[in-house]
Ligand binder design. Structure first.
Ligand code: NAI
Length: 332
């Protein structure tokens, strides 16, 4: 059977890392039919829209997408394509594993964290307006429905993946109503999972504790903005953004993409590390129930990292994106 998957190469390094991930997946022996769709700045130029309707239709039909990063200009004018995609498709759970892999130079060892980030609301609702010239308002939306749903997702994940502890990260000392509601929902859900330890930490202290010793934590449950920031922080523990995979999961579909952005500074130079997207693709295989193939992909990545001769520049090597992808495929 062939899997039909929507492929969004995206902007910047996106097409390079997407091609690398497709190459690695071809070595699994599974059959994929890639339905390539364009979103992002490039799509704006060629299709007149940064998120053409055809992209949403394709993902709704196939239920699964592999996505490269898309660029969102800073400042006014463009709504983030990612925020739009996640909201349109109700991909409410952003799951980002952070795991030390052998052979990667880092000051930290033995990191094994799961970040579960609420993906549809908070300050990312895009509700901003000018009250009077010189004063703007940005609205943070936290709902009981979304907070309960993401907490349940985190605890279910913990239960099915043998995790022992979920830590809710918040700033309820200041945002008493919004973050207070988020915590109330998490506490309520935690009662249904007595075998999993539940605790809470204020986000600034969490960052400090993480930098001191990330192995203190097991799973982090966060609202959208804290989750975004803490994800990049945590990527720094495992060799950087080139190593950090992710998934956006909803009831009706899922998009697999790395934590990193379009990296315009290295785009088009065959310098990007594709491992983050390759590991996102392994998460996609798990989602499809193809666990053996997912393990083979992760095994290929492990072998190349241990080998140490085909590493990209961010990992201290000299190999290009295409070279490391070939090496991973060969090692599988
Ligand atoms: P970025 O993640 O693109 O880059 C930050 C730094 O990490 C850069 O020095 C870059 O070279 C490096 N880097 C990132 N990925 C790498 C990889 N695979 N291999 C080696 N080095 C890598 O973040 P930045 O510069 O803040 O954002 C650039 C654009 O990406 C913005 O337009 C932003 O909106 C967009 N973005 C898109 C995301 C998505 O589509 N999921 C996520 C984050 C940002």
């Amino acid at each position: 059977m062939a899997y039909t998957i929507t492929l969004i190469p995206g902007d910047g390094i996106g097409p390079e890392v997407a091609a690398a991930a497709v190459r690695v997946l071809s070595a699994t022996g599974l059959q994929f039919e890639w339905e390539t769709q364009h979103a992002g700045l490039q799509a704006l130029a060629t299709h007149g829209s940064a998120l053409p309707e055809a992209v949403l239709t394709s993902i709704r039909r196939n239920k699964v997408a592999l996505k490269g990063p898309t660029e969102t200009p800073v400042g006014s004018g463009h709504r983030s394509i990612n925020v739009a995609l996640r909201k349109e498709l109700d991909l409410y759970a952003n799951v980002r594993p952070v795991e030390t892999l052998h052979g990667v130079k880092s000051r930290y060892d033995g990191v094994d964290l799961i970040i579960v980030r609420e993906n549809t609301e908070d300050l990312y609702s895009g509700l901003e307006h000018v009250v009077v010239p010189g004063v703007v308002e940005s609205i943070k939306i936290i709902t009981e429905k979304a907070s309960t749903r993401i907490a349940r997702y985190a605890f279910e994940y913990a239960r099915t993946h043998g995790r022992k502890r979920v830590t809710a990260v918040h700033k309820a000392n200041i945002m008493k109503l919004s973050d207070g509601l988020f915590l109330d929902c998490a506490r309520g859900v935690a009662k249904d999972y007595p075998e999993i330890r539940y605790d809470e930490i204020i986000v600034d202290n969490c960052c400090m504790q993480l930098v001191l010793d990330p192995t203190r934590f097991d799973m982090l449950l966060l609202e959208n903005l804290y989750g975004d920031i803490v994800s990049d922080l945590c990527a720094g523990f495992i060799g950087g953004l080139g190593m950090a995979p992710g998934a956006n999961i909803g009831e009706y579909g899922a998009i697999f993409e790395a934590v990193h952005g379009s990296a315009p500074d290295i785009a088009g130079k065959n310098m990007a590390n594709p491992i983050a997207l390759v590991l996102s693709a392994a998460m996609m295989l798990d989602h499809l129930g193809e666990h053996a193939a997912a393990d083979r992909v992760r095994g290929g990545v492990d072998a190349v990292l241990k080998g140490g001769t085909k590493l990209t520049r961010d990992l201290g090597g000299k190999a290009g994106t295409t070279e490391i992808a070939e090496a991973i495929a060969a090692a599988m």
